[in-house]
Design a protein around this ligand. Structure first.
Ligand code: PLP
Length: 433
């Protein structure tokens, strides 16, 4: 049964009068699935409550950050104490040091610098890679999203080793003419560009496991191959763990491959979970590379709210509470939901594939495995829209786009998971219609 949306609809109308499309980040507008975006009034644990009072099991978790669930009492308490001490000083603070120590202890990075968004983290990592190597070309993969950095909002040009073209109006050709865009999971394409530009590639940046075209795991050994190829050619390997960091596993995607295989990225980027629901992100890596940053080195980078004491306090509380049990719990809940989604869609005769890396997963409404952007693009977006709305009407809030990861939290208990399972058969039939 459709739920009342009068209050959300009224807010959306007001929002559209003062904000482009009524939202501050485009996917929230429901353009890909149609209908009225729900304006959320509050959240607790695994549940969201919208402006009309409807409750939903949240499978977005703020697009990843809310690993512990919403309004976690201990995180809330730490944040409240920090707020009482003032919200920003523009000076160094102890929580920044503690959070940096925690990240250095849990990842292969030796030094870390805080920023306020994942976009800033990748933008700064690329600048640093160029400053460190004295080279200019950046290699990325189609379908990997690294935030809205001009040079990374790039689409593949014609032919493999040609330079990219702007991915959106507003990005000048000059911003993407030093970016090369390759198909993901394609070793031959990587070998080819390094052969073609042996002394010009500053860095290769990749999502450690892409989650922004749906979840597309790196094929076994792919990240190790990228790391080794970069090292051989004097380029830096930048692993973007903004989404996967402290999420795919306790040690992020690196915990699933690099830690096991014995290699480490030169630079990494983090965001989402490490900000505990506040605007915080980071980039970090080898000490010799990071020491090229101001004020130690010459590469410029700065930020008024970087390392903000409230954000770093929330991030630190979140990471300290993110124990093995949290990841085990999310893994079990994810497995239950993955199996049930697949069973329901199979029963209804809907072509689909469920792909995962660690505790992160997504459901493609497509035939066969998805290994790159081209195969991800075969997704049946209209079947997903029907599925999405049926789930929403049954009280389950999925990402309003077919190309996104689904996120769970430590607060997704039996009641929340059962609500998802109960909603699936009807939603699968809606997708089949
Ligand atoms: N990198 C990855 C892998 C992301 O998933 C995102 C955002 O979803 C970003 C970078 C950009 O982060 P932000 O939205 O905080 O700018």
């Amino acid at each position: 049964m459709p739920r009342p949306t009068d209050a959300s609809a009224a807010l959306f109308e007001r929002a559209r009068a003062v904000t482009p499309g009524g939202v501050n980040s485009p996917v929230r507008a429901f353009n890909a699935v149609g209908g009225t975006p729900r304006f959320i009034r509050s959240a607790a644990g695994a549940w969201l409550t919208d402006a009309d009072g409807n409750e939903y099991v949240d499978l977005i978790c703020s697009w990843g950050p809310m690993l512990l669930g919403h309004a976690h009492p201990e995180v809330q308490a730490r944040v409240a104490e920090a707020v009482a001490r003032g919200t920003s000083y523009g000076t160094p603070t102890e929580p920044e040091v503690e959070l940096a120590e925690e990240i250095v202890a849990r990842t292969p990075v030796e030094r870390v610098r805080f920023v306020s968004s994942g976009t800033e983290a990748t933008m700064s990592a690329i600048r640093l890679a160029r400053g460190f190597t004295g080279r200019d070309i950046v290699v990325k993969f189609a379908g990997c999203y690294h935030g809205h950095v001009d040079s990374l909002l790039a689409s593949a040009g014609s032919g493999l080793a040609t330079f990219a073209v702007p991915g959106t109006p507003g990005v000048p050709v000059s911003s993407t003419e030093l970016t090369l865009v390759l198909p993901y999971n394609d070793r031959a394409a990587v070998d080819k560009v390094f052969a073609e530009y042996p002394d010009r590639i500053a860095c290769l940046i990749t999502e450690a496991a892409p989650g922004n075209m749906g979840v597309v795991p790196p094929e076994p050994g792919f990240n190790a191959f990228l790391s080794e190829t970069c090292t051989r050619h004097g380029a830096l390997f930048v692993s973007d763990e903004v989404m996967t960091g402290f999420r795919a596993s306790k040690l992020g995607q690196w915990g699933l491959d690099g830690a096991v295989e014995g290699w480490r990225p030169d630079l990494m980027t983090f965001g989402k979970v490490m900000g505990g629901g506040f605007p915080a992100a980071a980039f970090g890596g080898r000490a010799d590379v990071m020491s090229r940053l101001v004020p130690e080195g010459p590469v410029y980078q700065a930020g008024t709210l970087s390392g903000n004491p409230i954000a770093t306090t929330a991030g630190l509380a979140t990471l300290r509470l993110a124990t093995d049990e949290v990841y085990d719990h999310i893994g079990v809940a994810a497995d239950t939901i993955k199996t049930a989604v697949s069973d329901a869609l199979s029963e209804a005769g809907v072509a689909h594939v469920v792909q995962a890396t660690g505790t992160m997963f997504s459901v493609f409404f497509a035939e066969g495995q998805v290994r790159d952007f081209e195969s991800a693009s075969r997704t049946d977006a209209s079947a997903y829209a029907a599925f999405f709305h049926a789930m929403l009407d049954a009280g389950v809030y999925l990402p309003p786009s077919a190309y996104e990861a689904w996120f769970l939290s430590a607060a997704h208990d039996d009641r929340a998971v059962q609500t998802v399972l109960d909603a699936l058969p009807d939603a699968a039939r809606a997708a089949a219609a």
